[in-house]
Design a protein around this ligand. Structure first.
Ligand code: GDP
Length: 297
């Protein structure tokens, strides 16, 4: 399960301090040292850990005593609040354009889960928000990717806009928006091409699509199992495309958690959704507070 090692370590660290009626500066120092090691072991970005620990220390030492909590519980509350803030604080909502359709561009490396997430997101928008999305196949380099999206469309009973592999992705994207307007569809979700690594050709193409359709959201799909690599990928995509949010996939796997805990701090872009399995209903809104509670037990 995701975060298992981190959760175990943090929970045992915290147990030592929970019941304490009095927490000394030494206790806080020992706790933060263990929290620090646990986070580093979970592959959380070094700088992120450093800043987080400094804030926890500052708040936990010399904290105001709250009557309803023991000092031990108070320290844990600080840790939980800081972890929540680290992952983005408030849950972040999906955009709605003033004039439909709302355009969402899905970007990311090959294998991250982009196409699957496109289908999952369409499903979620219809189920939870009563929307009618149009899916768009812009990965013209891999016929299999178009086929995969079409299969998802059939499974979901949702239309897929495709112009095959010969057309230009910019024309496909703009054509899809016209079509969505004609059919009064309120969301357009564009599945773009991925590569194995970040490269200039890919970024150029994504920038062209971006300027042609001015998306309301650009979601970067990243595989949470890839840890710090996911954070580096997020940094590059954000620099090039100014993404609006992140979807973390494969949180149902045994990721150590580094990506989830570092991406917001490093890119300043919120994690909006979490992929929790391969099935089309396994995409959830990402709630930083619930995630922090899950990690801390
Ligand atoms: P793309 O190349 O980025 O479009 O990636 P795909 O959508 O083809 O996904 C790659 C693989 O990851 C597929 O086998 C998906 O079923 C799987 N996948 C995607 N999201 C998740 C997730 O949240 N959890 C799990 N366990 N697998 C996922």
């Amino acid at each position: 399960m995701a975060f298992e090692g981190l959760a175990d370590r943090l929970q045992s660290t915290i147990k030592k301090i929970t019941g304490k009626g009095k927490v000394s500066e030494q206790d806080v120092k020992e706790m933060t040292r263990e929290v620090r090691l646990a986070l580093l072991e979970a592959d959380v970005n070094f700088k992120v850990v450093k800043d987080l620990i400094a804030r926890i220390k500052e708040r936990a030492i010399g904290q105001e005593v709250m009557e309803s909590l023991t000092p031990g519980q108070q320290v844990i509350k600080v840790v939980k609040e800081e972890l929540t803030t680290l992952m983005g604080g408030e849950q972040s909502k999906i955009a709605v354009a003033d004039r439909p359709p709302t355009v969402i561009m899905m970007v990311g490396l090959q294998g991250a889960g982009k196409t699957t997430t496109t289908g999952k997101l369409a499903n979620l928008l219809r189920k939870k928000h009563n929307r009618s999305p149009l899916l768009v196949a812009c990965d013209v380099y891999r016929p299999a990717a178009i086929k995969q999206l079409e299969t998802l469309g059939t499974q979901l009973d949702m239309p897929v806009f495709s112009m095959g592999t010969e057309a230009n992705p910019v024309d496909i994207a703009t054509g899809a928006i016209e079509k969505a307007k004609e059919e009064h569809r309120d969301y357009v979700i564009i599945d773009t091409a991925g590569r194995l690594h970040v490269d200039t050709d890919l970024m150029d193409e994504l920038q062209q699509i971006k300027s042609a359709v001015t998306p309301d959201e650009i979601f970067l799909v990243v595989d949470s199992m890839t840890g710090q690599d996911a954070v580096n990928v997020a940094e590059s995509f954000n620099e090039q495309l100014d993404i609006t949010g992140v979807v973390l996939t494969k949180l149902d796997g045994d990721t150590r958690g580094g990506a989830a805990l570092s991406i917001k701090a490093v890119t300043d872009k919120p994690i909006k959704f979490a992929g929790m399995g391969e099935k089309l209903d396994q995409l959830e809104a990402f709630h930083p507070d619930r995630m922090a509670s899950r990690i801390l037990g």
